[in-house]
Design a protein around this ligand. Sequence first.
Ligand SMILES: *Cc1c(COP(=O)(O)O)cnc(C)c1O
Length: 426
Amino acid sequence: MKETNQYLEQHMGITPETIRIVAEAEAEVKPLFEKREEIKEYNQYKVLRAMQEARLSDQHFHWHTGYGYNDPGREKTEEIFAAVFGAENALVRPNIVNGTHALSLALAGNLFRGDSLLCVTGAPYDTLHEMIGIAGEYPGSLIEMGVRYRQIELTESNTLDRHAIEEKIREEAPTMVYFQRSTGYSFRPALTMEDLSGTIEWIKKNWPQVMVMVDNCYGEFLEIREPIDAGADVMAGSLIKNPGGGIALTGGYVVGKDQYVMRAADRLTTPGIGKECGLTFGTTRSVLQGLFLAPLIVSEAIKGAILAARVFEKAGCKVQPHWQDPRSDIIQGVQLNNPEEVKAFCLGVQAAAPVDAYVTPIAWDMPGYQDPVIMAAGAFVQGSSIELSADGPMRPPYNVYFQGGLTYPHAKFGVMKALDSLKKIR
Ligand SMILES: *Cc1c(COP(=O)(O)O)cnc(C)c1O
């Protein structure tokens, strides 16, 4: 719209050239938004139905004190998460401090001395390396506790390597096969539900005793099915990513088969206590309202990611995924040429934020990451990456990851600011 473009140019400091490029890209990608609308609608009904069938009511937004026995809000929240993700049981807590914690509860709760863990999507997400024990010896890591760890890379075309998986399963008889759905800090497409479900079915058919776990971070509500629907036994994620809808203030979830979720709960509290204790501190309202909004918010973020793919491809960058590719996470990878470009990109995204737009992001040694990481995040919830954000480790090949945006116009504005900022130093 002419007025909007004038406004962007006159009051928001966007250059006419960028406005033109983004408008062109938007016209190309708009037809793809239709599909996102359909997925959003399906997932909205799925969440709504879970809330209605659980007979969610105002009393569930209150909370208890002390031990928290029979806390109705906590129990209702977990019942609803289980239903939405097609699982038998769920652990959803504010004292699960992040996605890494949720994943490690599911891992450490279900793997014991002599067990073997087989990761089939290459190295797992950076923050899990200490927990597993593959970033040097780490006290209390899975490896130190006597769990064997093996890893299989994806094939050159970034697909699951069934041949290698079969060989390793025969050799190792792993207790658990582990998939990471999202890209993480690599430059591969996310595993689609089709890839995932085909391989999970194949594993379950041939080796029914093997437990299947999926790191579902950034994958929730991208498709109409989730990994548990595809046969995974357990999966975990963060509430300040997709399923919190930008509203949840903290927390993580573990969902799946009853026995595996209970084991994760025993790890969070203690054997014998499991899910029976633990306060929610008044968070159930925001967690559930966030879950209710999540299908919409994820759809907005994805539209922004598709636009970003087209715009930065036009600007001569390698992008992952391409704008027309299927999507199974909210991440848009953009490959830049050097650290200065990574900084400029992140500076642009930061300057697009509603909070802290005036600050300059700098790379720092974040806990759990091997290289300094730069993060642009001017979010209402600290570190929330369902809100508009960009981040990247300061190492070649200088990939930056663009994600989130609670509204499509905001994600679009982030794209424009990042492009303008990049163009300034090019
Ligand atoms: C974000 C993320 C994690 C870890 O989540 P935190 O909340 O940052 O601890 C794990 N795996 C993947 C794929 C992620 O994107």
